[in-house]
Write a protein that binds this ligand. Sequence first.
Ligand code: FES
Length: 186
Amino acid sequence: MNASAEQEPLSAETLSPAERARRRLIGWMLGVSASVLGVLMAIPLVRVALYPLLAQAAANPWADLGPEDDFRSLTTPVRRVIQIRKLDGWRQITAERVVYVTKGADGKLEVLTAVCPHLGCEVQWNPDLGQFKCPCHGGTFAPDGRHLSGPPPRGMDPLPLSVENGRLRVQYEYFRNLVPTREVMS
Ligand code: FES
């Protein structure tokens, strides 16, 4: 037999139908494998790219404030320090935040952030005045958080609260300073 004829590559027309089908199947399997491999390799990259969003979603938990009954008969705001998880760059850290449990104008429990809506100092309850007072520029607020005087552009900011199994819980949020309307910051 002629050696050069043996080495001549077979064209598509010279292949048998079975061989063409076999090659199509191999091509299809290679394509699928490459696609699966590409997806698997992309998953870690996507997770890294989305980490701030995913972590932020997990980093806004509800903090426990204690039994709701403990606050039912309060007559003045009660200070509480809660621990929250938050994102610092790519790390999750635990931070302490001050809130006040108080009663709104309707007599219902309310939880206020202690962050002053002027420039962010920590507002403090002054039992002698019967008001909240900001130590930085003298802004004052009523026990239910209404703005009374000074430079803050609005009242103290209320936080979402819930009662679960008889325990009062609060979800900490951050608000934009220096604006008269309440804007939650992500
Ligand atoms: S930061 Fe509170 S009054 Fe300015």
